[in-house]
Design a protein. Structure first.
Length: 553
RNA sequence: UGACCUAUGGUGUAACUGGCAACACGUCUGAUUUUGGUUCAGAAGAGUCUAGGUUCGAGCCCUAGUAGGUCAACCA
């Protein structure tokens, strides 16, 4: 998984299990519940599960943990499958916990017969009270000692729909005084007269997570069942059911989930952002979901690289988004087509350049890729440069345009600022410059050396586009740790829309698949909101900006 | 007040299972550069939560603390 880092603890376990002959090949699974979209935290789990089986020879199943019909939907099934494929992984079998409903029911009957499960008429409040507290042991339900026959009959009737939701449950008979709360007669089945996205109305009793997950793993011969830390207390129960049933002994291992700075990672909170319209949807580019990252312009390669860099361990962590940004920049630098776009225009008139003339200047598509081609960029008397690339009273370290100063226009000529034109209010409206005819890129005989190079666009040929810039969704680094409701910490400036930016004409050809680097401005990708009349680009991430750092000093 | 999990530079992970703490990101220098990008060279930054113990030797083992996290949904 990692080259210059030692193996993570799971790789060690798997390697050892293979070495000792405990298994001759391994099976893992990725078990999402189809009740929301996948996020970057799931990506960590996906890379881990699929990565392990790839590394050690084996396979990974995709299994939907769909035991709660009231929250699940096929819309989510589709998006989950789509995201996993996009990330670059292929599952061996597409499975559903609901495929095992009959088997699970039969196993429940087995446990009843063994006297290890009983039907309880207690209300959910009563059951909660019976559980006791972490420091005080629980008490037995008054229905705990029903006969096997009665339990069998009652459970059968539950399944037949004779009872209303919540009227009865099936519980495992373990130990109400157990140190582990999860072992205090946990619920196995509850009644839900609800339509299931796959089994329709054939069932009105549904198994709980604990009575479905381990058995599903066992059915699939999953050797290493990997989950997050909060399932540690479930492990006893996981093994208890497997043992009592005498089925394939899958082993559960836990790792610490991913936490990313300046964002939230729980489906519950993400759902609130979507439903409360704080964002435009699950794929709003500011979201940490896979679909949002994709829309934002992240590549599968960069996400996989990120997951590899962060490692896998058992301690709580909060990873700096900066690391994710490093991974995208690293990949995009190698594949992005370079283009020039002026986001905040300032007009420049080259007073010594012939009026009406347009020359086409070649610009390489990607200096990092020897096989990439080049496109022609129109150059003329009137251009746009970036507002921030000019300063009337520039500090000594400002290597850009200033009165009397010279800069290189990328792929074009060296120009000199001769005059600053202002309106009645004193606002700068345009710059009058002269260009150095012998300084043309590729055939520069001027002998002039300049410190700065600017991007630019020819005014007459400029393509107006919309550009969307994103900042972190939350203002607090550790959102979960911040005071009050998490929504209070939303960053009001997380989205900045530039209705009209000027792009070089080649961008007309942009596609959804292609990644671009707008020179000196960052990496961008076309947004699906684009129409034939108006192209919309999302900024995936900005370039590293040493000047921003320098100018802050 | 119980049980369980965790504790290594700013962040995240390593350390051949007891042999003088490494890698990545970040930070700071400098070089190169027609992107203040990339690339390259280099530097600073922890003595491994604390206190004991075992040992020739401990980040790794033991004990006791401390700190953080998890567990009392008919959610997963």
């Amino acid at each position: 998984m990692s080259d210059n880092k030692g193996p993570n603890f799971l790789e060690e376990i798997v390697a050892n299990d293979l070495k000792t002959g405990k298994y001759k090949s391994i099976v893992t699974r990725f078990p999402p519940e189809p009740n929301g979209y996948l996020h970057i935290g799931h990506a960590k789990s996906i890379c881990l599960n699929f990565g392990l089986s790839q590394e050690f020879g084996g396979y990974t199943n995709l299994r939907f943990d769909d035991t709660n019909p009231t929250t699940e939907d096929t819309e989510y099934v589709q998006s989950i499958k789509n995201d996993i494929r996009w990330l670059g992984f292929n599952w061996q079998h597409e499975l559903y916990a609901s495929d095992y409903f009959q088997q699970l029911y039969d196993w429940a009957v087995v446990l009843i017969r063994k006297g290890l499960a009983y039907v309880d008429d207690s209300t959910s409040e009563e059951i909660a009270a019976q559980k006791g507290t972490p420091t005080r042991s629980g008490t037995n339900s008054p229905f705990r000692d029903r006969s096997v026959e009665e339990n069998l009959r009652l459970f059968q009737e539950m399944k037949e729909g004779k009872y209303r939701d919540g009227e009865k449950v099936l519980r495992a008979k373990i130990d109400m005084a157990h140190q582990n709360m999860h072992m205090r007669d946990p619920l196995m089945y509850r009644i839900k007269h609800a339509h299931h996205h796959r089994t329709g109305d054939t069932w009105c009793v549904y198994p709980m997570y604990d009575f479905a997950h381990g058995q599903s793993d066992a059915i699939e011969n999953v050797t290493h069942s990997i989950c997050t830390l909060e399932f540690i207390p479930h492990r006893d129960l996981y093994y208890w059911f497997i043992e009592q049933l005498g089925i394939f002994p899958s082993q559960q291992y836990e790792f610490a989930r991913l936490n990313l700075s300046y964002t939230v990672m729980s489906k519950r909170k993400l759902l609130q952002l979507v439903n409360g319209r704080y964002v435009s949807g699950w794929d709003d580019p500011r979201m940490p979901t896979i679909s949002a990252l994709r829309r934002r312009g992240y590549t599968p390669e960069s996400i996989r690289d990120f997951c590899e860099r962060i490692g896998v361990a058992r301690r709580e962590n909060l990873i700096d988004v900066g690391l994710l940004e490093f991974s995208v920049r690293d990949h995009l630098n190698k594949v992005a087509q370079r283009r020039m776009v002026v986001l905040d225009p300032l007009k420049v008139v080259l007073t010594n350049y012939p009026e009406g003339e347009v020359e086409m200047l070649p610009g390489e598509d990607n200096p990092e890729d020897a096989n990439s081609g080049s496109r022609d960029i129109p150059f003329s008397r009137e251009l746009y440069i970036e507002q921030e690339d000019f300063m009337e009273n520039a500090p000594k370290k400002f290597f850009r345009l200033a009165p009397g100063q010279m800069v290189r226009l990328k792929h074009a000529y060296i120009i000199k600022c001769e005059e600053v034109v202002k309106d009645a209010q004193g606002n700068i409206t345009e710059l009058h410059c002269t260009y150095v005819p012998e300084s043309r890129s590729g055939s520069d005989t001027s002998g002039i050396n300049v410190k700065g190079t600017l991007h630019w666009v020819s005014a007459a040929q400029a393509l107006p586009i919309e550009v969307r810039l994103y900042d972190r969704l939350f203002m607090h680094e550790d959102v979960a740790d911040a005071e009050g409701d998490f929504k209070e910490h939303l960053n009001p400036d997380s989205l900045q829309v530039i209705e009209t930016a000027y792009a070089e004409p080649a961008l007309k050809e942009a596609t959804l698949e292609e990644r671009y680097q707008f020179l000196r401005k960052g990496y961008f990708t076309l947004d699906p909101d684009s129409t034939a009349d108006k192209l919309v680009f999302n900024r995936t991430v900005g370039l590293r900006d040493m000047w921003a750092k320098e100018s802050k000093k």
